[in-house]
Ligand binder design. Structure first.
Ligand SMILES: [Zn+2]
Length: 322
């Protein structure tokens, strides 16, 4: 029997989305289960296996026709050894996942989830024409993946692309989840957007945001974006501030990597129209002109499938099928 399929597993803190795809990345079937990370390591590993068996069952193919399984993991990984090093939201630290999934009898390929998402957008989404691409996802945090000559740049320990932890404001009093102060994701993510909105409402500013919520604590990034869309001046100013910070970080990425494409994903990409002009003007002010001319900044296309298609792309890339 010919082996003409791959499986992608998007392992998340709250759900596992697994799909079987052909070698062009067309999804034949998908299975989604709650991760239930609180049940512990063995339960999560069993659930990964269940989704693989389950998704194969949805099709008329056999697991023996699957050439490889790509696994996107929310944390740093050791790709060669097949080890999940650390997962803030799962109890899978220092787990050799290739060993644990041995019974599937199929090659397993690990990738950090943001890097996998970058591969997904590169091969199946907004970045199809890209050779040197940066994928950035701006939601509760800022993550990313760097693609050089159509391949993920992994770095010395498979951890390259942690773009959200560039220090942008050295004397900031906003602490990042990583422990540092003034990281890009601490000051320019959707979380930061919500925080600035909340502070404005709590300070009693005259803003539509206070009418969109029952309590100031409910102000999040989506509320600020909604108020800004309706023309609220305070919310607009906050969006501009975030846009400026995003532009500062992007200008550095442009100067360092000279990408042909930057793909913007995550929740903030939904509000891209609101911030695009300000982001571009900051980039124009801060990046080198000749490099700005080379780069095309576009929004992501894969939506909630980015993780699972990224895992599919990871398997295809490792099998030299892209
Ligand atoms: Zn950080």
């Amino acid at each position: 029997m010919q082996k003409e399929y791959v499986v992608g597993v998007d392992l998340g803190g709250t759900k596992i989305l697994t799909a079987v795809a052909d070698l062009e990345g067309n999804i034949l079937a998908r299975v989604r289960k709650d991760t239930e990370a609180e049940k512990g390591k063995e339960a999560v590993i069993q659930k990964i296996k269940d989704t693989v068996y389950g998704v194969i069952k949805e099709t008329d193919i056999d697991l023996s026709q699957v050439k490889g399984i790509g696994l996107g993991v929310p944390g740093p990984v050791n790709i060669k050894k097949g080890v999940i090093k650390h997962t803030p939201n799962l109890k899978l630290d220092n787990v050799n996942i290739i060993e644990e999934l041995r019974e599937l009898d199929t090659p397993i390929f690990l990738e950090n989830d943001a890097n996998a998402a970058a591969l997904g957008e590169k091969w199946f989404g907004a970045g199809k024409a890209a050779e040197n691409m940066i994928y950035m996802t701006v939601s509760t945090g800022i993550g990313g993946g760097v693609i050089i000559n159509k391949e993920i740049f992994h770095g010395a320990g498979d951890a390259a692309g942690e773009i959200g932890h560039m220090t942008i404001i050295p004397d900031s009093d906003v602490q990042c989840g990583c422990g540092n102060y003034g990281c890009w994701e601490a000051i320019a993510s959707g979380t930061a957007l919500g925080r600035l909105g909340r502070e404005a409402v709590e300070a009693g500013k005259d803003t539509l945001m206070s009418k969109l919520v029952n309590d100031p604590s409910e102000v999040n990034g989506a509320v600020v974006a909604k108020a800004a869309e309706k023309g609220d001046k305070v919310a607009r100013e906050i969006m501009d501030k975030i846009a400026d910070y995003l532009g500062i970080g992007m200008a550095s990425l442009i100067n360092i990597f000279n990408p042909d494409t930057i793909v913007i994903g995550g929740g903030v990409s939904q509000s891209w129209k609101l911030i695009e002009d300000k982001v571009n003007s900051t980039i124009k002010a801060r990046a080198m002109n000749s490099l700005i001319e080379d780069v095309n900044i576009i929004t992501a296309q894969l939506g909630s499938d980015v993780g699972v298609l990224g895992a599919v792309a990871t398997a295809l890339a490792e099998l030299d099928l892209l």
